[in-house]
Design a protein around this ligand. Sequence first.
Ligand code: HEC
Ligand code: HEC
Length: 219
Amino acid sequence: MKKYFFIATFCFAIIFLFSSNSAFAAASGPKLFKKYYCIDCHTIGHEGGTVGPDLSNIGKTKSLAWIKAQIFHPGSHFIRGAKAKINGKVYLVRMPGVKTIPDSAVNKLAEYIKTFPSVRPNLSYKRPPEGMRLFEKDNCIACHRIEGIGEKVGPDLSHIGKTKSLSWIESQIVDPKVHFTYGVPATINGHTYLVIMPGFKHISASQLNTIARYLKSLK
Ligand code: HEC
Ligand code: HEC
């Protein structure tokens, strides 16, 4: 019985630590943007809702003071609200003013919004190369890493394009035994094994070529 009490107390302590941490720590702009539901209606960067205008370029056209005023009193800028299409119908939607939000949070939030898009151009959504997508989908990532992402069973492929040709990479994917008859030593959970890569014999020609070209591009 005592043991359970101890465990329960321990859990509460952890929960308290986490919750108090978030209550006292100064929340960042992106967190506030979620906390005050801005994200439900607005897209910023590449994430968010579409009820209100996309804010990804707002820093270009609006001043910091304007943005702060918008958060407190949207009605002072948009007397009747703005047209928004929701489920195919057009409504006049007004942004709810957030009057209970502390000044410090408004400042943080407005400063965060004002940085779009200028100082974070790389946050705007860029489609990853198709080969990278296939590299994940075909589970190559379960054994290989590229730029720090993926596992360490097989070699790191971040610069594979520097040393290997396109056709070498293609044959490695289809039949690794051609290059590595016995596999290579790999340390898994502290033990060293000889690991040979499974051949992807049934991969389609176009898929093979897309992945190989992607790997070849990693210099
Ligand atoms: C219920 C949906 C909704 C929520 C939640 C919401 N907004 Fe809005 N927002 C709108 C709409 C609709 C407009 C269009 C103008 C209007 O009606 O005020 C707008 C306009 C804006 C604008 C001006 C955009 C422009 O291009 O002129 C800014 C900046 C803005 N909102 C920031 C915020 C912030 C910050 C929050 C969170 C504190 C927030 N909004 C929460 C719906 C919302
Ligand atoms: C189960 C683990 C595993 C999976 C899954 C895997 N590999 Fe490998 N890979 C290895 C190992 C181990 C090697 C080392 C050589 C060998 O044994 O074939 C290797 C070697 C390679 C090499 C040569 C690296 C070098 O530096 O010589 C390439 C390229 C490669 N893999 C690409 C892929 C691609 C693309 C996929 C997905 C289609 C994939 N691998 C899936 C384990 C794996």
